[in-house]
Ligand binder design. Structure first.
Ligand code: NAD
Length: 324
């Protein structure tokens, strides 16, 4: 048997090497898309992180039985084609809930408290020139709107409440009016009554550009916008307009529409925009947990076991898939 890793975002793959060596399974690492298309030809399993696992990649995997996402979101794999080809798709949906909610909170606090621009002024020798012109919220008087009240949204909400923030949320799949101690309101209500908005929804056809001109126009003046979920949720062209007209107080992003932005990306010129390179998931603990659990889940599938976190249950109807 052979496993291919398309890409990863941690310093080494010693965990994967040890795991598959102990099972006498060959492990190969691709170096870019072309190499992946070649190495996947005789692979039984694929571990992928940010690489786009499109139809070409999946069809090249002539023996491929399982594609395991190193992570939560599965917007970078063509699930329909995988299902058609009898390829099991699985993820690890619960490994970094604390890290991602911490990251959203860090961006929120850094923007509200003006940490980066004030520190820059100090380092420029302008200690006495800092004029506190921007809106800074007293958190216990401010409202945080959480869009998408799943694992990360709820963990963030609990942390935010302990800081005194009033939290409201929108989630079309929650029927209750109050869930986990938080009022569940309509999308419009959350958008229009939040001082700070944080997005925690998966990227799907339905959520692509969830935040565009209309939504930005309905937000409060001086809104702080946080997105640690997926870049496609925000229409960045619309966001640029609202940064230019000064309506938006600040933006914290861990994800962008372009996953490999050039240094000339227009969002980089704003001092009130903080951007990190899709690292919200990371801590040593979360990364090591992700690596090991991904290997185990992939191995289980190769041994005829249904994965704990199956993304495409329809694949079980495929004639060549036989999992218990
Ligand atoms: P989750 O599945 O637990 O929660 C997502 C919630 O969004 C669900 O409650 C769902 O009902 C809701 N939802 C679906 N469609 C919606 C819509 N149109 N409007 C509002 N809500 C909607 O997922 P999670 O663990 O909270 O993760 C959320 C997202 O965070 C993931 O999909 C992933 O894209 C992203 N993520 C990012 C990182 C990172 O490192 N930056 C790490 C992990 C996850």
């Amino acid at each position: 048997m052979k496993i291919v890793i398309s890409d990863y975002a941690w310093p080494n793959i010693d965990i994967e090497k040890d795991f598959f060596k102990s099972k006498s399974i060959e492990l190969d690492v691709a170096n870019g898309k072309e190499d992946l298309l070649n190495k996947i030809k005789d692979a039984d399993g694929l571990l992928f992180c940010f690489e786009d696992i499109n139809e070409d990649v999946l069809r090249s995997g002539e023996k491929l039985k399982v594609a395991q996402r190193y992570g939560i979101g599965v917007d970078n794999i063509n699930i329909k084609v995988a299902t058609e080809l009898g390829i099991v798709v699985s993820n690890i949906p619960d490994y970094c809930i604390d890290e991602v909610s911490d990251h959203a909170l860090s961006l929120l606090l850094a923007i509200n408290r003006m940490i980066l621009p004030d520190s820059r002024m100090v380092k420029l020798g302008k200690w006495n020139e800092v004029k506190k012109e921007n809106r800074v919220y007293r958190l216990k008087d401010a409202t945080l709107g959480v869009i998408g009240f799943g694992r990360i949204g709820r963990r963030l909400s609990n942390k935010a409440k302990s800081l005194g923030l009033n939290v409201i949320a929108y989630d079309p799949y929650i029927r209750e009016k109050v869930y986990d101690g938080v009022n569940i309101l309509s999308f419009e209500e959350v958008i229009s009554s939040s001082d700070i908005l944080s997005l925690h929804v998966p990227l799907t056809d339905e959520t692509n550009h969830l935040i565009s001109h209309k939504e930005l126009a309905n937000m409060k003046n001086d809104v702080i916008l946080i997105n640690v979920s997926r870049g496609g949720l925000i229409d960045e062209k619309a966001l640029l307009d609202y940064l230019d007209n000064g309506r938006v107080r600040g933006v914290g992003l861990d994800v962008m529409e372009d996953h490999n932005p050039s240094s000339s990306n227009p969002l980089f010129k704003y001092e009130n925009v903080i951007i990190t390179p899709h690292t919200a998931f990371f801590s040593q603990e979360s990364s090591e947990e992700l690596q090991l659990r991904s290997c185990k889940q992939l191995f289980d599938v190769l041994n005829g076991k249904k994965p704990e976190f199956l993304i495409n249950p329809d694949v079980l109807n495929h004639s060549e898939v036989n999992l218990n």
